[in-house]
Design a protein around this ligand. Structure first.
Ligand SMILES: [Zn+2]
Ligand SMILES: [Zn+2]
Length: 171
C-alpha cells in the first residue's frame, strides 16, 4: 500500500509537466498582451512630446532637451538646462535656416556683422574670425541667419527674434 502514494505523486508529476505547457501558453498570452499594451503607451508618450514641442517647451517631460533653453557668457557651464540646473545649451539648432548654432567662448561679434556675412561664411571659423572680437566673459553665438553676443545667462524665450531650439542632448 505504501507504493500507492508514490505512484500517485508520479502521476501528479506528469500531470504537472503537461500543465507546464499550458503555463507557456499563458506566458505567451501575457507576453502578447504586454507587447500589445506597450503600443498605446508609446503612442501616448509620443503625442505628449509633440504637444510639449508646440507649447515651446514649457512642459517638463522633455527628456534630454533643455527647458528652458539658456544662452550664456563664456563662464556659463554647458549642459542640459532646467529650472534647477541653469546650464547653457551646446546643442542649439536654428529652425529658420536649419543650421547648428555655433558658439565661441570669449568672443563677441563685431558691430558690422550682417546677415550676408553669416550667410556666406557660416560655419567656417577661419572666415568668421574676421569679425570676431576677443572679449573675456562673452560668448558669440551664430547660425546662418542670426547671431548674438551674450554676456549673461539668458533664457532663450526672452529673445523672440531667435528661432533657436535645443536639438537634444546625447548622453
Ligand atoms: Zn539643450
Ligand atoms: Zn538660423
Amino acid at each position: 500500500t505504501s507504493f500507492c502514494p508514490i505512484f500517485r505523486s508520479a502521476k501528479l508529476f506528469t500531470k504537472a509537466e503537461s500543465s507546464e505547457e499550458d503555463i507557456d501558453d499563458i506566458i505567451n498570452d501575457i507576453f502578447d498582451d504586454s507587447s500589445f499594451a506597450k503600443k498605446p503607451v508609446k503612442l501616448k508618450s509620443k503625442s505628449t512630446s509633440s504637444t510639449s514641442e508646440t507649447n515651446s517647451g514649457s512642459v517638463q517631460a522633455c527628456g534630454k532637451r533643455c527647458c528652458p533653453v539658456y544662452l550664456g557668457g563664456s563662464t556659463a557651464l554647458y549642459g542640459i538646462g532646467t529650472n534647477i540646473s541653469k546650464r547653457t545649451c551646446d546643442q542649439l539648432r536654428c529652425t529658420a535656416c536649419d543650421f547648428c548654432v555655433a558658439h565661441y567662448d570669449d568672443y563677441l561679434w563685431d558691430k558690422s556683422c550682417d546677415y550676408l556675412f553669416f550667410r556666406n561664411n557660416m560655419p567656417e571659423l577661419s572666415k568668421l574670425r574676421v569679425k570676431m572680437i576677443k572679449k573675456k566673459g562673452s560668448r558669440a553665438y551664430a547660425c546662418q541667419c542670426s547671431w548674438r553676443s551674450i554676456d549673461e545667462l539668458t533664457d532663450l524665450q526672452t529673445d523672440r527674434q531667435l528661432h533657436w531650439v535645443c536639438g537634444k542632448h546625447a548622453e
